[in-house]
Design a protein around this ligand. Structure first.
Ligand code: ADP
Ligand code: MG
Length: 316
């Protein structure tokens, strides 16, 4: 169990939160830029000292320990690879520090080079690599010594779309296989949902909501959270009333809507994404978004099924 109770202030910014992470759990810290995600990770890593509070892991107080004595593996956006070391040497770095025997060290480096598709680059230096390759080396370096706690700050941040997806699923498998307690930072809700057992939403240094991906997506605490999680159908009190709901703020979840039904609507925008089609449909003067396999063209009149019993009342 990782227990955090932390306060840290910068001019114009204050982080204050309490959070527990279970053994072997992957917890995603999800929040917009500037919400304090990196600050929180740096506090746990020991790269920053808190103004107040503690970091406890398996009952041991880590707060007074320097980073290298915390048993933490980390990957930070601004924590560069060692430029004078090769890819293989970068990955082996933590193993040398931890005095792994040479044979075990070489086997672990081989394994990670292979899994990260870096074998052809083993002898190169970081400046000879693309952004995506560097990111994979950094990830391999963090994982190599099998840390008891893993901190990942936007681990897929600098990658192009294809690599991002590939590494996302690789990372997901790896985190589950290694079973290492992980705090993962992202601003991408899809990434958080796919990788984490639980998601913690951070806004301006405070935790807004913590729960499983399913829980927070189905029951976001307020309108801000709902929007941040990618919900599109937030109904104002007036819009709610036009659809026959009480005049409060509501969220209409995707599963409450389908094509074909008694509500009459007009397709205002049709967005082709490849595997799915997004439709903005105007119903009773309210614009609603839904995704379908194949969608009618813009301007088409459609019937809509709306299950208003599934509408979630939101705090402002
Ligand atoms: P995030 O990672 O969520 O984008 P950060 O944790 O990097 O956010 O930053 C949170 C806030 O703290 C920002 O307003 C940022 O400018 C400020 N901040 C971060 N690090 C420092 C620092 N070393 N000195 C002063 N302000 C900082
Ligand atoms: Mg950050």
């Amino acid at each position: 169990m990782l227990e955090l109770s932390l306060e840290k202030a910068f001019p114009g910014f204050r982080l204050a939160l309490e959070l527990g992470v279970a053994e072997g759990e992957v917890l995603a810290l999800l929040g917009p830029s500037g919400s304090g995600k990196s600050t929180l990770l740096k506090l746990v890593a020991g790269l920053l000292a808190p103004d107040r509070g503690f970091i406890r892991f398996r009952g041991e107080d880590l707060t007074p320990l320097p980073p290298e004595r915390r048993g933490v593996g980390f990957l930070f956006q601004d924590y560069a690879l060692f430029p004078h070391l090769t890819v293989a040497e970068n990955i082996a770095f933590g193993l040398v520090e931890a005095r792994w025997p040479k044979v075990a060290r070489e086997a672990r480096v081989e394994e990670l080079l292979k899994r990260m598709e870096l074998t052809p680059h083993a002898r190169k230096r970081p400046q000879e690599l693309s952004g995506g390759e560097k990111q994979r080396v950094a990830l391999a370096r963090a994982l190599a010594p099998r840390p008891r706690l893993l901190l990942l700050d936007e681990p897929l941040g600098a990658l192009d779309l294809r690599l991002r997806e590939e590494l996302l699923f690789f990372l997901r498998r790896t985190l589950r296989e290694e079973g290492v307690t992980t705090l993962l930072v992202t601003h991408d809700q899809g990434e958080a949902f796919l990788l984490a057992h639980r998601v913690a939403l951070l806004r301006e240094g405070r935790l807004v909501q913590v729960g499983t991906p399913e829980e927070v997506y189905a029951r976001p605490k307020d309108a801000w959270t709902a929007r941040f999680l990618g919900h599109k159908n937030l109904l104002s009190p007036g819009e709610s009333a036009r659809l026959g709901l009480p005049p409060h703020l509501h969220l209409l979840p995707p599963k409450a809507m389908a094509l074909g039904g008694p509500w009459r609507g007009v397709v205002e925008e049709r967005l082709f994404f490849g595997g799915r089609v997004g439709l903005w449909v105007r119903v009773q003067g309210v614009r609603l978004y839904l995704e379908v396999q194949e969608g009618p063209p813009e301007g088409a009149e459609v019937g809509l099924h709306l299950d208003l019993a599934q509408a979630v009342t939101l705090e402002g």
